[in-house]
Write a protein that binds this ligand. Structure first.
Ligand SMILES: Cc1cc2nc3c(=O)[nH]c(=O)nc-3n(C[C@H](O)[C@H](O)[C@H](O)COP(=O)(O)OP(=O)(O)OC[C@H]3O[C@@H](n4cnc5c(N)ncnc54)[C@H](O)[C@@H]3O)c2cc1C
Length: 378
């Protein structure tokens, strides 16, 4: 299987992409279409993803991971995302960025050892205050060599399946952003409970729940970085993780485009296939351009990270462009398919529901535009 931009990739990347594409299209997509109602994807499918090592792509080899580049990670996420966005979150989980940035050797080994047999990381920042994370309420009170943590995190992806969470809490609320600290929270910490999975519009193959922390006691060795570094860490993690999350949105956009092309070639009205009606043909051309632009931004942002350059403008642009492209393509795929596009027996209404979340999480697209404009005008 060759793609238009394969000249930009290595042979290994193309081979790996093709294996993951084949598996995603033939196994993940049909299984996730069936699992849509309750979001309970078959355990065997998750196991297959872990056996392929998808959850280990960014963990360095010295800790037992696959140590792949951000670009390779994005290419694989796009393929799984093409088949099902929620499943991509379920099996890739959150990345290695927090540990790469501040993890001690002990923490890195502890996390990697827990993930290698088959496990993922969750990211627990959001609370009722949403985008205004500086006003969150969760506190971590230091008592001797331990922290006692209380609060509620909302909308946490993989809350019911992650081995660890990267958690943010105030060790000193008076200091504002400089009083926030990051922790590594094990899934079975006493005092940690979960809400029921939220009933979401789309991306149903990953569960999202609240986390309730009631006097959770964590030893100092679970603190990530120094006290007070949590807020800047939370933002810097997201600048690094957004391009690979955006790759899933590129996958959704690509799949919507392909479904629209297939239908537009088959469906005949007014005596010709609908793609030959200019209004539809031009729409397909516009969809393709949006996919290509988004993919190139995602790849550029990944290559920047691979070169050791954290370019937050580029990361936010990639996230914003990819998720807007996913929504544009999914919505227009429904339009191209007319009444059939609106029906559940066709795949595009699901893509439209799935696409929406990529404009909201990992920082909404308004927040991304704030970052981009702030960088442009600083
Ligand atoms: C399915 C799902 C999965 C999620 N997974 C996770 C997860 O794993 N971990 C985690 O920590 N969080 C997660 N989230 C939370 C997500 O990141 C937040 O929903 C998001 O950051 C927005 O917060 P909010 O929903 O409270 O919206 P709000 O912050 O209340 O925003 C409402 C609207 O106002 C806009 N707005 C807010 N501030 C500004 C501003 N300054 N300028 C312009 N517009 C603004 C927003 O863009 C949005 O359109 C998830 C959410 C969902 C729905």
């Amino acid at each position: 299987m060759m793609d238009e931009f394969d000249f930009m990739l290595s042979e290994d990347q193309i081979d790996l992409r093709n294996v993951v594409r084949d598996w995603s299209q033939n196994k993940v997509m049909p299984a996730c279409q069936k699992a849509e109602i309750d979001g309970n994807v078959p355990d065997e499918l998750v196991r297959e993803a872990f056996d392929m090592g998808l959850h280990l792509v960014t963990i360095p080899e010295e800790y037992g991971g696959l140590g792949m580049s951000n670009l390779t990670h994005a290419i694989l996420r796009e393929e799984v995302g093409r088949a099902d966005g929620g499943f991509a979150s379920r099996v890739f989980g959150f990345g290695w960025e927090p540990f790469e940035m501040t993890g001690t050797e002990e923490q890195k080994h502890m996390v990697a050892d827990a993930l290698i047999p088959g496990g993922i990381i969750g990211y627990a920042l959001t609370e009722e205050t949403g985008s205004d994370a500086v006003n969150m309420k969760t506190t971590a009170k230091k008592v001797g060599n331990q922290y006692v943590i209380n609060g509620t995190k909302t909308f946490i992806s993989n809350a019911d399946s992650a081995e660890f969470f990267v958690l943010f809490a105030f060790t000193d609320k008076e200091k504002g952003p400089k009083g926030m600290t990051a922790f590594l929270l094990p899934k079975d910490a006493p005092g940690l409970t979960r809400g029921l999975p939220e009933n979401k519009m789309g991306n149903r193959c990953v569960h999202v729940c609240s986390l309730f922390l009631d006097d959770v006691v964590l030893d100092e060795k679970y603190r990530l970085g120094e006290e007070g570094q949590g807020y800047s860490l939370s933002m810097n993690i997201l600048h690094r993780s957004r391009p690979c999350a955006a790759a899933v949105a590129v996958g959704i956009a690509e799949q919507a485009l392909q479904e629209a092309i297939k239908y537009a070639k088959e469906r005949v009205v007014f005596g010709r296939p609908i793609w030959q009606h200019e209004g539809i043909g031009f729409l397909l051309a516009d969809m393709d351009m949006r996919v290509q632009q988004a993919r190139q931004l995602v790849w550029a942002a990944c290559k920047s990270l691979d070169a050791g350059i954290v370019n937050k403008k580029l990361s936010s642009e990639a996230k914003c462009a990819a998720s807007d492209a996913a929504m544009f393509c999914a919505e227009n795929a429904v339009q191209v398919m007319g009444g059939s596009g609106y029906m559940r027996e066709y795949p595009v209404e699901k893509l439209m529901r799935d696409a929406k979340i990529y404009q909201i999480f990992e920082g909404t697209n308004q927040i991304q535009r704030l970052i981009v404009s702030g960088q442009l005008c600083r």
